[in-house]
Design a protein around this ligand. Structure first.
Ligand code: IDP
Ligand code: MG
Length: 150
């Protein structure tokens, strides 16, 4: 089973969309393996978004992501990285397809509600920034065989 890091960004918390967004991810069959409400400081933002340091939008991104509480989660399941990315929709929420989280709840690239790791390697790096091994819970659900074959 694959794991990914999801952040429900400060706009999701402020707009009261946390429950609806989690419902969509859970509804697909993904399993919550870890979850916490927290605030990111600048150092953590730089670490998490290290690939974007120096880009024009970076200062705005850091100020947004540190502006209030967010929900960090580890999700687990089959092809979780790709499934979460597809469920999120395009980075530019204005272009995100209806039916995706960003396509249904957002209209701006700088207020796009959710982060999901873009590869298994990124997921491993990002999960380690937010969670200790002991924070991640492995468990079996009786519904698992109804969600993934075999
Ligand atoms: P992703 O979140 O879909 O993986 P990335 O390209 O990794 O997209 O960018 C990280 C985050 O930086 C985006 O989710 C968005 O919040 C912000 N961002 C990216 N490009 C822009 C931009 O051109 N303007 C404003 N914010 C941006
Ligand atoms: Mg990204």
């Amino acid at each position: 089973m694959e794991r990914t890091l999801v952040l429900l960004k400060p706009d999701a918390v402020q707009r009261g969309l946390v429950g609806q967004i989690i419902a969509r991810l859970e509804g697909r069959g993904l399993k919550i393996a870890a979850m916490r409400l927290m605030e990111m400081d600048e150092a953590l933002a730089h670490r998490h978004y290290e690939a974007h340091v120096g880009k024009g939008f970076f200062p705005g991104l850091v100020s947004f992501i540190t502006s209030g509480p967010l929900v960090a989660m580890v999700l687990e399941g089959k092809d979780t990285v790709a499934v979460v990315r597809a469920t999120m929709g395009d980075t530019n929420a204005a272009k995100a397809a209806p039916g995706t989280i960003r396509g249904d709840f957002a209209i701006d690239i700088g207020r796009n509600l959710i982060h999901g790791s873009d590869s298994v390697e990124s997921a491993q790096r990002e999960i380690a920034i937010f969670f200790k091994d002991g924070d991640i819970v492995s468990y079996r659900r009786d519904t698992d065989p109804w969600i993934v074959e075999g």
